[in-house]
Design a protein around this ligand. Sequence first.
Ligand SMILES: [Zn+2]
Length: 811
Amino acid sequence: MPVSRRTLLRTGAAVAAGSVAATTPGAPAVAARADIGVSAYAFPLTAVRLLTGSPFAENQARTHAYISFLDIDRMLHMFRVNVGLSSAATPCGGWESPTTELRGHSTGHWLSALAQAYASTGDASFRTKGDAIVTVLAQCQARAGTAGFNTGYLSAFPESFIDRVEARQSVWAPYYTLHKIMAGLLDMHLLAGNAQALTVLTGMAAWSRFRNDRLTLTQRQNMLDTEFGGMNEVLTNLYQVTGDPNHLAAAQHFDHAEIFDPLAAGTDALNNYHANTQVPKAIGAIREYHATGTTRYRTIASNFWTIVTRDHTYVIGGNSNGEYFKAPRRIASELSDTTAECCNSYNMLKLTRQLFFTDPTRVDYLDYYERTLYNHILASQNPSSTHGFQCYYVPLRAGGIKTYSNDYNSFVCCHGTGMESNTKYGESIYFHNGGNTLYVNLFIPSVLTWPGRGITVRQDTTYPSAASTRFTITGSGQIDLRIRIPSWATGAQVAVNGAAQTVAAGAFAVLNRTWTSGDVVDVSLPMAVRRESTPDSATTQAVLVGPVVLAGAYGTTNLSALPTLNPATIAPTTTPLEYTTGSVRLLPFYRMHGQRYTVYWTVGSTPPLPAFVAHYLFNETGGTTAADATGNGRTATLAGGALFSGGTVDLNGGYVSLPSGILAGATAFSITTWVRIDTLTTWSRIFDFGTGTSAYLFLTPRSSAGTARFAITTSGSGAEQRIDAPAALPTGAWTHVAVTSTGTLGVLYVNGVEVARNTALTNRPANTTATWIGRSQYAGDPYLDGAVDGFRVYSRALTATEVTTIHGEGR
Ligand SMILES: [Zn+2]
């Protein structure tokens, strides 16, 4: 949470490496070391103010009330008891009770929240409260020796917990708890200018180095099997503040090889690992990259992000079932009351913004950020509690209902990260590049006062209730203004003082000009209702409109199975973002509280396929997710190195994976695509939809007979029905190919012209599990060397005229 903000502050009075800037009370601190490998930066929280009225501002206000309400003596009771100081306070309950091994963690979250609330509002009462907590923590740390602990130790539990984790004896997660306290101290230093917090923190860091230097590498690595939060992150962040190499060394004690090694190799080994134990390790890795420039750390972090968001993430942006990662692409099969722990998304958003700083061309990072912010973070606070109580899990089974924390008898982990999430909504709305480039990432009503520029940007909107937002500039100067156009926002429009600009979905709208006071930018982001299927079940789907996941409202009615949704019945109401399907209301998931709901639906157990099943434009600029332009939600995934390249997919040794069963049940079909073959190899595949080597349909640019071939079978290669072209497909040029099938007729077209047909082609598509572009069901066949574009799938046979027309439209 903290350090990315600090990277911005360095532009002020940079201090020499190895020294720590003197701080004045309440003034943000200055960092010693600039981040390496970043080309975008956050603005400090002090530069962004939320405007009232948005759900974010309302959530923030509730959390502000709570962190002001919490009693210092109760929260610090066990810290005092732990070092023999008297305390008459009533002990807390829940995970802060005197016998809970995680006690003390909430105080760390609370410190971070107070520091963020102060920076976000300027309200000194938050800082005053944080300062008072730091004072007590310093008193407790000073008594470490008296209490029989090593110098620098500070916790609400005895240091023997560390002995136990080192000895691999049963203990919950002592370093996890210390990390929260350390992060809270660092935030009080960086955001509230508390110098004592830095002193206490450096004492803890020295203690950590001392404890872990005594261990062998093997002992340390074994110890890291126990959850340790973001120890590598906070110590790296401290290193960036102090420049003291001891702090980097202390951070690297927490580099967990068992997790890092497969990630560095791009391998998904996450199955059956505790999910939120791993996310902070990846955040630590990207911070270690930014501190050292060692690219292996960046690879670990970016591979983790890709693997988790692509293969382990629910539609709301969250991950984990029962707190654990499951096998890749198991989503529909992992719906329960304990899905989507909130801490995981708090941490994934921290990771996402660090990765964006590393590569600010990646709109997909911000698309994920927005999806998770609205549908998990915003959705997990109870709006009817004045203290902003929080979900722990967010149930995603049909009939699930959200449950919440309370004032003093819960203190679950997600209650703590909830305090943090709801006090930093200003942190990712706007970024800059250190020069004149201003990124607008999120559409949250707010005012940015650009430090040192004399320019303010005011954003007025009721988005997502309204599909638009407006920016008003005050001040003047050249700004390369870049506004994120979400990947779903087909038809988006941007106007500067009424003059339309050229924009595209899934990219930044670039408005590079000299601005003057009163200039206005209007952004329109049309929101169509669309569906997304799960990777493991094409018929298990969620409904979205714009960035918002819609859930079915079921009141007190529990459900034993996913309800069936007929998409044709979805109708808007007079309330923005609210729809009906039959007798069921669809509400934004972030407004779904106090009643049972479903997020996922069965869309036709034998789904009536739409005539136009899927259409992949491949216009994305990054990431591995290819949108389905039909709106049917049949999202495809790039795998094995395939990448978006200039509005196409360069297969690059990899392939594209389409949803399972994409043509299951079809009695007729057409598949058309543009393809550019760079190297012609026998038996490579333009596409191959199958269940293995017994049932499949494919198009190869050259069979062993030397010509292009379409084949379809339901019982192995000996039973293939084929359409053999007169020649192989050409190389080095974009070529349009189409296969159509209806009744007993199959036709193969090249560049809009029929080249071959089979009048006895009766096989029909299977319920495929391996549905690929560029890859064969046969493991020995080569992958296609080339690129594809404009891939279309229909559940009917296109006419020859239609094929000619599609070809004529070009790529
Ligand atoms: Zn949690």
